[in-house]
Write a protein that binds this ligand. Structure first.
Ligand code: NAD
Length: 517
C-alpha cells in the first residue's frame, strides 16, 4: 500500500487544481471519520455481532478507507427479522400510496443534496472517475428512486372481464421481504434499481452490497431513514458473498432474491432458493455483447468512437460493455485503426482529476483477472494492437491500459468469457449471416448493437439477435423508463421501467359473487 497522495506528491504527476480539491474533500471525509462501515439493521448502525470487520482499501492508491462490518448469518438473521416485523405490521406497506411517494421523493432529493459526498464514496471505493460518479452514478440513482416514487400512485389494479355473476379483482401485493444482492461496478445505481421498485410497492428490503464497494449503499440506507422511511424497512448488511450473501439467499424468511452479479453466482442463487423455501429469484447477470459494424454503415467514425467509448467506459467494468466488435472484413482495417486511436484518449489517470475518463480497476484481484485474459489472448494467437499492460503501479492503485485485440476468433477465451475490464476483441465477418451467427454464438444475451445504413438490414439483424436489448446505430441511449435485462445466461427478469414492478409484487385474485346479476 502506498502513502496518501501518491498523485500529488509525485513530481511527475502533480495533479490538476481540480483534482486537488476533490482529493482534499476525500481526505477530510476519511480523516474526520465520516465514513461509517457499520451495518444498518432495524434503523440502527451496528457492528457485526462477533465484531469482525473487513478492511476497505481504495483501488485508486491502495489506502485504507474504513473497516466495514463483516456480517455473518446472525447479523443477516437480525436484518431479515427486522425487515419481516416492519413488513407485517404495515408501517410502510399499509401507508397510503401518496405518503410512500412523499418519502421516496424526499429520499431522491437527499441523494441529490449529498451528491458530492456520494460521488466521493463511489470513486474512492471502486475507482471510477469522479466526473462520472457525479454526472452518471449519483443522478441516475436519484432519478431511479424519484421515478418509482412518482409511479406509486399511478399504477392501477384490474377487474377481469368475467360473467356478470361475479367480480374478479386482480391486485398487486408486495411480496414481503426482498433480498437485494448487488455487484461493485455501479454500486449505487444497482442498489437503486432494486430499491426503487421494491420500496415503491411496499416491500421491506435487505441489501447486501459487494464487499468491494459497500460504502455508498450504507450511506444510502442512512439517507432513506432521514427521508422518513420507517426503521427496518431498508436494512444493509455488508460482508462477503459466501457469508452474508449466502446466509441471506438461503434464509427461509426471505420471499424474493433480486440479484445482480456474475452468471456463476446467479446459478448459486437458483440453488439456494431450491435448498431453502423456493423463494423467487431474479437474476441480472453477465454479458459478452456484440457490436456489429456492417460495410454499409453510414458513419464509420461515429461507429468506431461509440464502440471504444462504450467499451472503455467504467474501465470496461460494465455488464453491457460491447466487448466483441464484429466488423465486416471490407471496413475492418479502418474501424480497428479508429478504435485504436480512440483508445489513446482513454488512458488511465487520476480518478479525482475531472478530465480523467478511465480510472482504477476495482481491486488487485480484478487486475490479475484482466491481465490473465490479456495473456490468454496472446496465447490463443490474437494480435494485441493497443494497450495490454498494467500501468501506474507506483501509485499503489490498479490501472490497466485500454486494450484492443485484432484477429480474434469467436471460440477464443477472450471472445467467449466475460473479462470485465478494458479489453476489446475484434472479430471479422464476411456477410450478414455470419455476423448473426457469431453474435449469437455466446452463452450470454444481454445487449447488442447493429450499425448499418439500411433500415431493412437493421431490422432483420435486430430481430435475429438473441439479446435483451438491441441498439441500432447507437449504443448509449438509456432511460429509467426502458427495461434492462438479458436472455440466455445473462439472466431473467428486468430492472427499470414499470416492468420491474412485476418482480416485487404478487398477483392476488379476489372473486366476489354478485347475487341477482
Ligand atoms: P459476483 O457475482 O461475484 O457478486 C455479486 C454479489 O453477490 C456481491 O454482493 C457478492 O458479495 C455476492 N456473492 C458472491 N458470492 C456469493 C455467494 N456464494 N452467495 C451469495 N452471494 C454471493 O459479481 P461481481 O464481481 O460483484 O460483479 C460483476 C458481475 O456483475 C459481472 O458478471 C457483471 O456482468 C454483472 N453485472 C450484471 C448487471 C446486469 O444488469 N445484468 C449489472 C451489473 C453487473
Amino acid at each position: 500500500m502506498n502513502a496518501a497522495h501518491p498523485w500529488s506528491t509525485s513530481g511527475e504527476r502533480p495533479g490538476s487544481p481540480q483534482a486537488r480539491i476533490w482529493r482534499d474533500r476525500a481526505d477530510a471525509l476519511i480523516a474526520e471519520g465520516r465514513i461509517d462501515g457499520r451495518a444498518l439493521i432495524g434503523g440502527q448502525r451496528v457492528a457485526a455481532q462477533d465484531g469482525q470487520t473487513l478492511a476497505c482499501h481504495s483501488p485508486i492508491d491502495g489506502r485504507w478507507l474504513v473497516d466495514v462490518a463483516r456480517a455473518q448469518a446472525a447479523d443477516v438473521d437480525a436484518a431479515v427479522r427486522s425487515a419481516r416485523v416492519a413488513f407485517e405490521d404495515g408501517r410502510w406497506a399499509h401507508q397510503p400510496p401518496a405518503e410512500r411517494k412523499r418519502v421516496l421523493r424526499r429520499f431522491a432529493e437527499l441523494i441529490t443534496q449529498h451528491k458530492d459526498e456520494l460521488a466521493l464514496l463511489e470513486t474512492l471505493d471502486m475507482g471510477k472517475p469522479i466526473q462520472y460518479s457525479l454526472s452518471v452514478d449519483v443522478p441516475a440513482a436519484a432519478r431511479c428512486i424519484q421515478w418509482y416514487a412518482e409511479a406509486i400512485d399511478k399504477v392501477y389494479d384490474e377487474i377481469a372481464p368475467t360473467a356478470r355473476t361475479a367480480l374478479a379483482l386482480i391486485q398487486r401485493e408486495p411480496v414481503g421481504v426482498v433480498a437485494a444482492i448487488v455487484p461493485w461496478n455501479y454500486p449505487m445505481i444497482m442498489a437503486a434499481w432494486k430499491l426503487g421498485p421494491a420500496l415503491a410497492m411496499g416491500n421491506s428490503v435487505v441489501l447486501k452490497p459487494s464487499e468491494k464497494s459497500p460504502l455508498s449503499a450504507l450511506r444510502l440506507g442512512e439517507l432513506a431513514l432521514k427521508a422518513g422511511l420507517p426503521p427496518g424497512v431498508f436494512n444493509v448488511v455488508p460482508g462477503l458473498g459466501h457469508e452474508a450473501g449466502q446466509a441471506l439467499a438461503l434464509h427461509v424468511d426471505v420471499d424474493a432474491i433480486s440479484f445482480t452479479g456474475s452468471t456463476r453466482v446467479g446459478r448459486q442463487m437458483l440453488m439456494y432458493a431450491g435448498q431453502s423455501n423456493l423463494k423467487r429469484v431474479f437474476n441480472e447477470l453477465g454479458g459478452k455483447s456484440a457490436f456489429i459494424v456492417f460495410d454499409d454503415v453510414d458513419d464509420i467514425a461515429r461507429a468506431s468512437e461509440t464502440a471504444a467509448s462504450a467499451l472503455f467506459f467504467n474501465q470496461g467494468e460494465s455488464c453491457n460493455a460491447p466487448s466483441r466488435l464484429l466488423v465486416h472484413e471490407s471496413v475492418a482495417d479502418e474501424v480497428v485503426a479508429r478504435v485504436v486511436a480512440q483508445a489513446a484518449h482513454h488512458q488511465p489517470g487520476d480518478p479525482f482529476d475531472p478530465s480523467t475518463t478511465m480510472g482504477a480497476l476495482v481491486d488487485e484481484g480484478q487486475t490479475r483477472t484482466v491481465l490473465s485474459y490479456i495473456e490468454a489472448g496472446h496465447q490463443d494467437g490474437a494480435r494485441c494492437v493497443a494497450g495490454g499492460t498494467q500501468v501506474l503501479q507506483d501509485t499503489g492503485g490498479q490501472y490497466v491500459t485500454p486494450t484492443v485485440f485484432d484477429g480474434v476468433r469467436n471460440d477464443m477465451r477472450i471472445a467467449q468469457e466475460e473479462i470485465f475490464g478494458p479489453v476489446l476483441s475484434v472479430i471479422r465477418f464476411a456477410d450478414e449471416a455470419q455476423a448473426i451467427a457469431l453474435a449469437n454464438d455466446s452463452a450470454y444475451g444481454l445487449q447488442a448493437s447493429v450499425w448499418s445504413g439500411h433500415i431493412d438490414r437493421a431490422h432483420r439483424v435486430a430481430r435475429a439477435l438473441k439479446a435483451g436489448t438491441v441498439h441500432v446505430n447507437q449504443y448509449d441511449e438509456d432511460d429509467i423508463t426502458v427495461p434492462f435485462g438479458g436472455v440466455k445466461q445473462s439472466g431473467n427478469g428486468r430492472d427499470k421501467s414499470l416492468h420491474a414492478l412485476d418482480k416485487y409484487t404478487e398477483l392476488k385474485t379476489t372473486w366476489i359473487r354478485i347475487n341477482g346479476a
